[in-house]
Design a protein around this ligand. Structure first.
Ligand SMILES: [Zn+2]
Ligand SMILES: [Zn+2]
Length: 117
């Protein structure tokens, strides 16, 4: 059966995306996310620093999941953020977006937030 052969690099990246996707869908992550949201009172911590009250829309990994998988469930590595503050925490996302457009990786984090979808 013919199939499209990807480069090893592409395959690795694809596999990592798949792993990230299944991570955000995992029960353990969903529970962990709830704990962090509760800890932060369901508020965006970056806005709170500026004394502004904004509902959190996601839980962000301070040290990225793909770089520090061992910190995936570490509360000190997790913060509740609103969408706009989350964008600011990922200043390179604009560049990535272009490359990832096709697979729409951003959906991964959106999936972690039923409110958004
Ligand atoms: Zn993030
Ligand atoms: Zn915010």
């Amino acid at each position: 059966m013919p199939y499209i052969k990807n480069s090893q690099q592409h395959y690795d990246k694809y596999k990592r995306d798949q792993e990230a996707r299944s991570f955000y869908k995992s029960k353990k992550w969903r529970q962990c996310r709830e704990v962090i949201l509760c800890r932060d009172n369901f508020l965006c911590v970056d806005h709170l620093k500026k004394n502004q009250v904004v509902a959190a829309q996601m839980v962000h990994h301070i040290k990225e999941l793909r770089d520090y998988p061992e910190l995936a469930f570490e509360p000190s590595n997790l913060v509740s953020l609103c969408l706009s503050c989350h964008e600011k925490r990922h200043p390179d996302r604009g560049k990535r977006k272009e490359k990832r457009k096709k697979r729409n990786l951003n959906v991964v984090e959106f999936e972690a937030n039923p409110e958004i979808t």
